[in-house]
Design a protein. Structure first.
Lengths: 453, 331
């Protein structure tokens, strides 16, 4: 999970203060010291850390804390607010030109993930905004960079413009723009070669491309693992090209990602997207305020809800709810519900988003075994249609058969059936409770619950 | 005679290394400039050695990506040393700083640079691992060129079957340096590709087999298991192999490099580090941190984009490149 270290460390520090009724100047000093170390260890630029600490100290030592009723929480609030401010305010959108095509240039150091991000961005544009992007292979230097983009294009079934490795990147960009106009493609994503920000010749090439195609967006692609140097890189690219936004990649690693915090602070350019995995649909809109919550271990409920909305079929969810209410929930429904939750992504990711989940005993550092779910699926799939509808049919010999059919042990089958029964009982209780409340509040329960979390 | 002068003399007495040192000087010019400039600024700014001085020094070191704990240790050491020698002039403390830094670079005793473990008359298998985008494939291309020009018969294996275009990238390198590449199609089992590579290397009597793998983030347990499997296959097929497991690290990486080194070592017993992209503005600080906290030696450094820009890591040349300004000042 991104920023895990930072969240842990801050939580430990804050825990110390939380228990106290009164926060002394000494406490604040001790806390800011810890926060400072945590941020530095997280690769946040030291200048940014300095400002951050200064702000916190000023606000925390001042009246605000001393007079508030719960000083510990007040400090947490200050840290969070400052952190959110540091990450940047509102989430930002991707530009759309008045007259298509909209041109987007991807720039950055070698190995930051430009080509992969180009593919992901194209996918996102099509999936979320219903656009038709053209991928442009303007990296003529790295061996097989063009092949890479072409392969991505094939995987996504999207057009790719390339002109071999002998062509001039500036010409490639120009020609691609013409092609996009001809074929009525409304986004042009130019994948440029990775280069060092201090490489004058190659930076000039980027400036030329920029002047020729006048892009609506220039995205600087930055590896989330970058250290203190991230600020130099971002500053330098920004000075020469005036980038319009930043894409953070490899944020699914265990990097604390402090560089992300500082880039925004130093260049004042928004972080627009974050790469969260190796698959082509794992590019997410970057939400600064949610990220700040996540750093502080407050969970990211908003993202979770959004994910659920994207992936859970509302009608089906309603039906399920109805079934829960009438207690006619069967193994078939269970299977389907599991499928829907699985659609939302790896369970680990979902857990990360639930507030407090990373503090729950036993859940922390537990590697969620997706196989376990596959086993459950196998067991249910080994039941006959009748058995799934009516679990009471399941006598010993049937259970034996199911165990053989699914390749699991009988005791595992027994456990699942028991769990299912208990779940059903719980559902009944819950629906009773909700119905009791319903008259007063008239509020409908959420469409789904997680039976196995 | 000052310590730096000694260092320089020591270095220059070794004339054969002159060429290497130029490469380092050139490649590290950015690193050196910003780093020693800052130390010089610092010394100029403070006449006296006091708390503020150390606080600023701490910042300079942290800005160079030297790990936080390494810096804290170093500062504590320095404070002790300054007290012991009764130094109050900031110019004098400069020497102590360099001395301490060099100490960490060299480690306790081994001043020798550690080369690659190449077998003389048997097959040498080298496995490359690392996170995404650090330059594994490029490093293999460069190393293949180097080994080939030394007269070795080299074979490459395209074990990155995941990333789009990775196999083509290695094939292109194979063409450039005229070396055969063993490959399967995209999406196949990397361990199987490596197995085939080993069989091919055996039957062709190759000297060195360089195994590429897909970049992976160290917190993806499944992918790390896959890597262990690849290593097991190599161990099974060639006794005492892999002779080197090289972790490729991007010099611009921050503290996460330590986590990478730790986790990859757990999965594959990393024997050395290749530090790439050192020609940018990224500081050499990460080397300090790695050597101090993990003890894993740096074996190769990437100092530029050209095929010849991969160099054996030479701590002496590296330190000299880093402090050349300061040495020259002394004269």
């Amino acid at each position: 999970m991104a920023f895990e270290g930072l969240a842990d460390r801050l939580q430990n520090t804050i825990q110390k203060i939380k228990g106290k009724g009164k926060v002394t100047e000494q406490d604040v000093k001790e806390m800011t010291r810890e926060v400072r170390l945590a941020l530095l260890e997280a690769d946040v630029n030291f200048k940014v850390v300095k400002d951050f600490i200064k702000n916190i100290k000023e606000r925390a030592v001042g009246q605000e804390v001393m007079e508030s009723l719960t000083p510990g929480q007040q400090v947490i609030k200050i840290v969070k607010e400052e952190l959110t401010a540091l990450m940047g305010g509102e989430e930002s959108r991707i530009a759309a030109a008045d007259r298509p095509p909209t041109v987007i240039m991807m720039v950055g150091l070698q190995g930051a993930g430009k080509t992969t991000t180009t593919g992901k961005l194209a996918n996102l544009l099509r999936k979320k905004y219903n656009r038709k992007p053209l991928l442009v292979a303007a990296d003529v230097y790295r061996p097989a960079a063009i092949d890479q983009l072409e392969t991505l294009g094939k995987q996504l079934d999207m057009p790719v413009y390339s002109a071999g490795t002998d062509a001039n990147p500036v010409d490639i960009a120009n020609e691609a723009l013409e092609k996009a106009k001809e074929e009525h493609l409304d986004y042009v994503l130019i994948d440029t070669a990775g280069r060092l920000h201090i490489d004058g010749d190659l930076m000039d090439e980027l400036i030329q491309i920029k002047n020729n195609v006048s892009p609506d967006e220039i995205f600087l692609v930055v590896d989330a693992m970058t250290g203190q140097d991230a600020v130099n890189v971002a500053e330098s690219f920004n000075e020469q090209l005036d980038v319009s936004g930043v894409v953070l990649t490899k944020l699914d690693g265990d990097t604390r990602g402090g560089a992300a915090l500082s880039i925004k602070a130093v260049t004042d350019k928004p972080i627009k997207f974050a790469g969260m995995g190796e698959k082509l649909d794992q590019l997410e809109v970057f939400h600064p305020e949610r990220m700040a919550s996540r750093i502080l271990g407050m969970g990211d409920v908003l993202s979770l809800i959004e994910k659920a909305q994207d992936n859970v079929d509302e009608k089906r969810a309603k039906e399920l709810e109805e079934k829960m209410r009438s207690a006619s929930f069967t193994f078939d429904d269970f299977l389907e519900q599991m499928g829907q939750v699985r659609n939302m992504g790896p369970l680990e990711d979902l857990l990360d988003m639930i507030p407090g989940a990373n503090k729950m005993k036993g859940l922390k550092n537990v590697e969620f075994d997706e196989k376990q779910i596959a086993h459950v699926e196998a067991i249910i799939q080994s039941m006959t249609a009748q058995e799934r509808q009516d679990p009471s049919l399941l006598n010993a010999s049937r259970r034996k058969r199911i165990a053989r059919g699914s390749g699991r042990s009988v005791s595992e089958v027994n456990r699942l059936i028991k769990q299912f029964d208990e779940m059903k009982k719980m559902m009944k209780q819950m629906t009773n409770m909700q119905q009791g409340k319903k008259g007063k509040k008239g509020k409908k329960s959420k469409g789904f619950q997680f039976p196995f979390l | 005679m000052s310590f730096l002068k000694k260092l320089k003399d020591k270095f220059q007495s070794n004339q054969s290394k002159e060429e290497v040192s130029d490469k380092y000087k050139e490649g590290l010019s950015k690193t050196r400039k910003s780093f020693s400039e800052k130390i010089n600024d610092l010394v100029a700014k403070y006449r006296k050695v006091d708390e503020d001085f150390f606080e600023d020094l701490e910042e300079v070191l942290i800005a160079a990506d030297v790990g936080v704990s390494t810096v804290m240790d170093l500062i504590d050491d320095l404070k002790m040393e300054v007290k012991r020698r009764n130094i109050s002039d900031s110019h004098e403390v400069k020497n102590v700083i360099s001395e301490k830094l060099v100490e960490i670079y060299y480690g306790d005793d081994n001043e020798e640079s550690v080369g690659l473990n190449l077998q003389d008359d048997a097959l040498t298998v080298i496995l490359f691992v690392g996170v995404n985008g650090v330059g594994k494939t490029t490093t293999i291309g460069k190393l293949a060129h180097q080994l080939k020009s030394e007269g070795k018969q080299v074979l490459l294996t395209a074990g990155d079957t995941f990333r789009a275009g990775a196999i083509e990238q290695l094939s292109e390198w194979g063409k450039r340096v005229d070396v055969e590449v063993i490959k399967h199609s995209e999406g196949s089992d990397p361990a199987a590709v490596i197995y085939d590579g080993i069989q091919a290397a055996k039957s062709r009597n190759a000297d060195v087999l360089l195994c590429d793998t897909a970049g992976r983030l160290q917190n993806k347990v499944n992918l790390m298991n896959e890597l262990s499997k690849v290593k097991r296959v190599i161990e099974r097929e060639v006794p005492n192999a892999p002779h080197e497991v090289l972790l490729v690290l991007d010099a611009t990486t921050g503290q996460n490099a330590l986590s990478q080194a730790k986790t990859f070592s757990e999965a594959t017993d990393v024997s050395g580090i290749v530090l790439t992209k050192l020609d940018g503005t990224a500081k050499g600080g990460i080397v300090l941190a790695i050597r101090n906290e993990l003890g894993t030696p740096v074996k190769l450094v990437g100092l530029g984009e050209k095929v010849t820009d991969l160099q054996t890591f030479d701590p002496q040349a590296f330190v000299y490149g880093l402090f050349a300004d300061m040495v020259d000042d002394e004269e």
